[in-house]
Design a protein around this ligand. Structure first.
Ligand SMILES: NC(=O)c1ccc[n+]([C@@H]2O[C@H](COP(=O)([O-])OP(=O)(O)OC[C@H]3O[C@@H](n4cnc5c(N)ncnc54)[C@H](O)[C@@H]3O)[C@@H](O)[C@H]2O)c1
Length: 260
């Protein structure tokens, strides 16, 4: 039997990068995947690729910061595929550029990053617990190495650190309540996605993507940057029964970045 057969999983921000690869890997492992993104045409593209392989996907428009849209996404998932048993809170923004300096970052920019990277993860976990507390499930929250160490921007670091502890809080709560729900965070190193490629615009000491790639590569002892599939494979493990004793943990997939 395939690893995720009979599972229904929602992946947010699945129109690009890590979310896109995650949706594809989960579908290949047998899951029915609900592919959501604020950019609905990108979500549809991801779902089309999965469907063309004969696997199950449904594309939905979702702004993860909207509580009512979480209700409608879970309802549509349930109507289309049955009860949801997996949630991947992946959608996020980097807050590069002027938001990198603590002495400069304005409250509006701070709140905008927090609302997508942290508030929305709370909304997703809250809804997933309501929906999965009887039949069970697994929640995976995409944090970052920047949720473990400093060095990005203050709001990004704070939001990703918040995701780390929110995940542990959810794990402990579900355990105490006897809900058969596990919750874990993943901490990717640099993965060469549009989010990372766009950082080049905000760095003064780097003038093009090749230089950025070289600079980032030097920070990863394994000698390469990550691929979206490196993270997707970790998500697949955490959604599956192979990780049934894993909850409240932080899976660091960073090519050694935080070991230096
Ligand atoms: N790429 C990396 O190096 C890296 C490292 C650590 C953590 N992460 C985290 O991984 C996740 C995915 O990053 P990525 O590199 O694939 O980025 P990406 O920019 O390629 O994809 C992010 C997706 O999220 C969507 N999105 C943005 N705001 C949204 C909203 N309000 N509602 C719904 N969707 C929204 C975008 O449309 C986009 O499709 C993010 O949470 C990011 O912080 C990335």
């Amino acid at each position: 039997m395939a690893r995720l057969e009979k599972r229904v999983a929602i992946v947010t921000g699945a129109g690009s990068g890590i979310g896109e690869a995650t949706a594809e890997v989960l579908a290949r492992a047998g899951a029915s995947v609900v592919v959501t993104d604020i950019n609905v045409s990108a979500a549809e593209q991801t779902a089309n690729v999965i469907q063309q392989r004969g696997q199950q996907a449904l594309a939905l428009e979702q702004d993860v910061t909207s509580q009512t849209q979480w209700d409608s996404v879970f309802a549509a998932a349930r109507d289309h595929f049955g009860p949801v048993s997996g949630l991947v809170n992946n959608a996020g923004v980097s807050g590069a550029g002027k938001d990198r300096l603590e002495e400069d970052v304005g409250l509006d920019a701070w709140r905008s990053i927090m609302s997508i990277n942290l508030d929305a993860v709370h909304l997703g976990c809250r809804k997933a617990i309501q929906e999965m507390k009887v039949n069970g499930g697994s929640i995976v929250n995409i944090s970052s190495i920047m949720g473990l160490v400093g060095g990005a921007g203050p709001a990004y670091n704070a939001s990703k650190g918040g995701v780390r502890l929110l995940s542990k809080s959810v794990a402990v709560h579900c355990g105490k309540m006897g809900y058969p729900i596990r919750c874990n965070s993943i901490h990717p190193g640099y993965i060469w996605t549009p989010m990372v490629r766009n950082i080049v615009e905000s760095l003064e000491d780097v003038s093009n993507e090749e230089e950025l790639h070289e600079m980032l590569l030097a920070l990863h002892p394994v000698g390469r940057l990550g691929q979206p599939s490196d993270i997707a494979n970790g998500v697949s493990f955490l959604l599956s029964d192979e990780s049934s004793f894993v909850t409240g943990s932080e899976l660091v997939i960073d090519g050694g970045y935080t070991s230096v």
